[in-house]
Design a protein around this ligand. Structure first.
Ligand code: ATP
Length: 306
């Protein structure tokens, strides 16, 4: 069994009559980048707040390295809250140094760490500016620096990528990969599913406060099952070339590319032979469902992906 990292075990939470979490369970292993995805209101922020200890659970347990998480362990979590929590009137460098000191770093070490992370996140030139004078994207870089400045052993980030430009996304992705490579369990929530698919080792899909599906993208695909789709680029083929094939449903055609779904009795080799009979075949590929397709299928409760 893999070494335990951050474990969320059977967490339930109600806000008055609103059920926010029902037996939420998953784990983030050391060195793993875990993507936490779900519709608005699914329960991601609530889970993260409970992991951090700013909110208490009605039931369940959060563990780190096999032990129930305590006030002391929580000091080693780097957290990026959804509602961002910087002091707008404080200078970037001073603020980061202050936050590192709050987490127990010595003065010199805190200053050096603030310097290192502003450098790494591309905001070193803004160190002496007040946070409120920075653009939103740069404030977000500082917010990530605030989560990292005390060199945490666990990273919990609530939508760290929202509103970032593509370069900032690359910087942020690089830093998260680096922290994971150092053995830190990293969990972040996001609605940017392409990015989550590219970046994460495993993904948890949340629906109505429950973990509905959890695993790597190939694992999620194999659980979802579903029909095989083919893309066939046959430039000389007439528009109806595939309509009479048994077990084949034509989903659409864009330019020379026809998208097909194989059902009962459908045979990809028969499709290829018929396509070749029409002339050249430039592309013949199986189309894998993307994380967005899998998400839709889990959230809507249907196997059919868009
Ligand atoms: N302070 C609160 N008081 C009452 N209900 C709340 C409170 N915070 C969250 N909720 C409710 O709990 C549920 C889970 O919300 P949560 O913010 O955890 O979802 P989320 O997955 O982070 O959503 P989003 O993607 O929109 O940020 C929702 O039904 C929400 O309305």
């Amino acid at each position: 069994m893999a070494e335990p990292g951050l474990e969320i075990d059977g967490i339930s939470k109600k806000y008055g009559a609103v059920v926010a979490l029902q037996q939420m369970t998953f784990d983030v292993r050391p060195g793993e980048l875990f993507g936490f995805v779900g519709s608005n209101g699914a329960g991601k922020t609530t889970t993260m707040r409970i992991a951090l200890g700013v909110l208490s659970a009605d039931a369940g347990e959060v563990r780190y390295a096999g032990e129930r998480i305590t006030h002391e362990t929580r000091r080693h979590i780097g957290y990026m809250p959804e509602e961002r929590g910087l002091y707008p009137k404080m200078k970037v460098g001073e603020q980061l140094t202050y936050l590192a000191r709050l987490h127990g770093m010595a003065a010199g070490e805190a200053k050096a760490s603030a310097g290192k992370w502003t450098e790494r996140l591309g905001v070193a030139a803004r160190r002496d500016d007040e946070v409120e004078k920075l653009s939103l994207g740069n404030q977000q870089r500082v917010q990530l620096a605030a989560a990292l400045v005390h060199e945490p052993r666990i990273l919990v980030l609530d939508e760290p990528f929202s509103g970032l430009d593509p370069v900032a996304v690359d910087v942020m992705s690089g830093v998260l990969r680096e922290k994971a490579a150092e053995g830190v369990p990293v969990v972040f929530s996001s609605h940017q599913l392409d990015l989550v698919e590219r970046l994460c080792d495993r993904i948890g899909i949340v629906r109505n406060g429950r973990m509905e599906a959890c695993g790597s993208v190939p694992e999620l695909r194999s659980v979802a099952g579903g029909a095989i789709r083919l893309l066939v680029d046959a430039p000389a083929a007439p528009p109806d070339w595939a309509t009479a094939l048994p077990g084949v449903r034509v989903l659409g055609r864009e330019g020379d590319v026809t998208e097909l779904e194989l059902g009962e009795g459908g045979d990809d080799q028969a499709v290829l032979r018929v396509a070749l009979d029409t002339g050249p075949v430039r592309e013949f590929t199986r189309k894998q469902p993307s994380l967005t397709d899998l998400f839709r299928s889990v959230v809507s409760g249907h196997q059919e992906a868009a």
